[in-house]
Design a protein around this ligand. Structure first.
Ligand code: HEC
Length: 703
């Protein structure tokens, strides 16, 4: 017992006595619940009222459909700021806040947890797992985190170095911590929120670009002891398989490609859904590693990558899978959020899963068996002519070309990415943040297996920082322009109901309410509300930088609040942006009649287009290759892009490039996530990098 607990004993005895009196009056179970005492029953109960936001997708079904209706078409125009909270961060914010017992638990970049009084916006406590910042460039897609889980008085968070930590929900004190890595030599990361059911914390991981083998692990929520682990891709076939499902998967990989040494990917890096009645946990799996199909060997579907998988909650045993992109060749993850719904199909009520993965098709499956029901493309796509009645895609040429660059539509950014969709049983519509971000892909002929990439395959983006995709990106410029939409999709008729053109891609996830409203934050820096039936815009408010995280809603003291965590970034937002603001991460909370003052937005400060750095034009081609494999992913193309969460090197002070060695060696900016390239480049190579960084601005400067 701690000192404070001892000194408080008499008071808590008095409180306990009062509790017993209350328990007699109200029933013990209800009275015994503390503020963060979320459990399975409470998550299920809340799905009927929506007063709290106790689980990442609001409910186990992941609907993000709130029963709250106090805010509706009649008063949404009167929404005003209740409070804003500064997360003190500069990188992407992707978290869904959890709100229980009047407390909001939200994460910023680097998995820093903030507990906030949901009424006032005042900080209660913060917890920084102090992940070594050197992990920053071992994460493909910004140093983001998608939120916590709260269960029986504990808060669970996964860190960028793939640790799972349990905190005391009241104080933020660390209770236990486990390293979830199965192989510490590989670059495994966690950016997803944990899920808790039946006293088990379930967590996946990322790293599919880095030669890792994806898996999902369940830990005892109380002690942190490992309960089970299931691998997505098979291991070394000369050793015993972990279970029968691995032996089956091994039949679908080419042994000549040494898939086990190359990792195989399939990482479960985003959300899950749970059906407590069927006792199944569902998740989508990532793309196979490496991306290039021709480098992965020529036969087989590469199970269980780019699939939906169902496991038994208590044992982690495989129940079923359905593969959406067999032997995918364009980084088509299936990790986008799954929504469990009960819909009427041909007059029959069916328990289904709704899914809009990166590959551009909207899928409806039977969630008891995994049986395919229907699929139709929700956005532009060119890789499949159709999905046949058995659920197998009929491939079209564009998606399979191994050797010449092909226009990947959709490609690595996806027709829909991790930004959550929502589903309203009232309108029968799913609300999907869709996008088109064109990329040209081609197999990297220099790639020769897991270890060659570490030397930085020339022209392989991020190859120098550990990427193992066996593909080059944009060896020729893409043929189309990026854009984004909000699409309302009818899963029964497999048909678009309405669509809003948002201009920019990389918009936030959606929330839908019984008040008939869809809320979404946008890349151009607004939180917007739409009529859920017609798509008519009813309200918006500027929030500074671009929004990528999904809004949530909750009720306190008879008032309905809408909150969203803002912080531009994520993989697309590292080098690109669609606002003029570079603000710290912030949580904004709105209420009808709110009149708190908006913080001032900070304009993005750019130096003039870089000029005057001396270089030899002959060095530009070699400099291009070095820059692409080491710098472009974070810094964009100098002078062409304008910078996003990370500055563009075409708009920095001339001295920063003239003395490039001072930035890239000995790690002066490691704390901010800039790699330390000590020992990686010769002085000649540094000159070549400078030639590219100055050469491109010179080539685009108006004469
Ligand atoms: C993983 C992402 C990442 C990669 C890869 C990366 N950087 Fe950086 N770099 C950063 C961050 C973060 C900063 C800090 C400034 C900021 O936050 O915008 C930075 C800062 C810099 C600066 C200082 C800019 C200024 O404002 O003065 C230079 C110069 C630079 N980087 C050069 C490079 C070069 C050259 C490469 C490739 C060899 C490279 N960086 C690769 C993330 C990255």
């Amino acid at each position: 017992m701690t000192k404070t607990a001892k000194t408080r004993a008499p008071r808590s005895w008095a409180r306990a006595a009062a509790f017993i009196g209350m328990a007699l009056a109200t029933g013990f179970a209800a009275a015994a619940r503390g503020p963060a005492d979320v459990d399975d029953a409470r998550i299920a109960d809340n799905a009927r009222t929506g007063t709290q936001w106790p689980s990442n997708g609001l409910d186990y079904a992941g609907t993000r459909f709130s029963r709250l209706a106090r805010i509706n078409g009649g008063n949404v125009g009167k929404l005003g700021l209740a409070w804003s909270y500064d997360l003190g961060s500069s990188r992407g914010v992707e978290a869904t806040p959890i709100v229980v017992g009047g407390v909001m638990y939200v994460t910023g970049p680097w998995a820093v947890v903030h507990a906030i009084d949901a009424r006032s916006g005042k900080a209660l406590w913060t917890f920084d797992p102090k992940t070594p910042r050197t992990v920053g460039w071992k994460a493909c897609c910004d140093v983001v985190n998608r939120g916590v889980a709260v269960y029986k008085g504990k808060v669970y968070v996964g860190t960028l170095d793939a640790h799972l930590i349990a905190l005391d929900a009241a104080t933020g004190a660390r209770l236990w911590e486990v390293d979830t890595r199965s192989d510490a030599a590989r670059d495994v990361t966690i950016t997803s929120a944990p899920y808790v059911v039946h006293d088990k914390v379930i967590i996946g991981n990322g790293g599919g670009e880095y030669g890792t083998r994806g898996y999902v692990t369940a830990y005892d929520a109380q002690s942190g002891a490992q309960a089970w682990r299931w691998f997505v891709t098979p291991g070394d076939p000369s050793k015993p398989f972990e279970d029968e499902s691995q032996a089956v998967a091994a039949q679908t990989w080419d042994p000549a490609s040494k898939y086990w040494a190359n990792g195989g990917g399939g990482n479960v890096w985003n959300t899950m859904a749970i059906d407590p009645e069927l006792n199944l946990v569902y998740f989508g799996t990532g793309q196979p590693g490496p991306w290039s199909r021709s480098k992965r060997g020529t036969f087989g579907d590469a199970l269980y990558t780019s699939s939906i998988v169902a496991l038994h909650v208590d044992t982690g045993k495989y129940a079923w899978h359905y593969q959406e992109s067999p032997s995918d060749a364009s980084d088509l993850d299936s990790t986008m959020d799954l929504i469990l719904a009960d819909v009427k199909l041909d007059g029959q009520k069916r328990k289904v899963i709704l899914h809009a993965p990166k590959n551009g098709f909207f899928y409806v499956l039977d969630r008891r068996t995994g049986q395919f029901i229907s699929a139709r493309n929700y956005t532009e796509q060119t890789w499949a002519a159709a999905i046949d009645p058995n659920g197998r895609p009929i491939l079209s040429r564009d998606g399979v070309s191994p050797d010449k660059p092909f226009d990947a539509i959709p490609g690595p950014f996806g027709g829909h990415n991790w930004q959550a969709m929502s589903y309203s049983p009232s309108t029968g519509l799913a609300y999907i943040p869709t996008q088109h971000v064109p990329l040209e892909l081609v197999a990297d002929e220099n790639w020769g297996g897991q270890d060659t990439y570490r030397n930085g395959g020339p022209m392989q983006p991020n190859g120098g920082n550990g990427w193992n995709t066996a593909m080059q990106v944009n060896p020729v410029p893409p043929k189309s322009k990026a854009h984004g939409e909000l699409v309302a999709w009818d899963p029964v008729r497999q048909k678009e109901s309405w669509k809003v053109d948002l201009g920019a891609p990389w918009n936030g996830g959606t929330l839908v309410t019984a008040g008939g409203l869809v809320f979404q934050g946008t890349a151009d820096g607004y939180l917007k509300a739409y009529d859920a039936t017609s798509g008519r815009k009813l309200w918006d408010v500027a929030v500074g930088g671009g929004v990528i995280a999904p809004p949530v809603t909750y009720e306190l003291d008879g008032k309905q609040y809408v909150s969203v965590a803002v912080g531009w970034g994520g993989v697309y937002g590292l080098s690109t942006r669609h606002t003029e603001y570079r603000d710290p991460g912030r949580v904004f909370t709105f209420v009808v009649g709110g009149h708190a003052t908006m913080p001032e937005f900070k304009p993005y400060a750019l130096e003039p287009l870089l000029s005057g750095v001396k270089y030899d034009p002959k060095d530009v081609p070699d400099g291009t290759a070095l820059y692409v494999s080491n710098c472009v992913f974070c810094h964009g193309v100098p002078g062409v892009d304008k910078g996003g969460a990370i500055v563009n090197l075409g708009y920095v002070k001339r001295e920063a490039i003239e003395h490039l060695d001072q930035s890239i060696f000995n790690g002066p900016m490691v704390d901010r996530g800039m790699p330390d390239f000590t020992g990686k480049f010769t002085p000649e190579q540094v000159e070549k990098l400078k030639a590219f960084i100055q050469g491109v601005p010179d080539s685009i400067r108006p004469k």
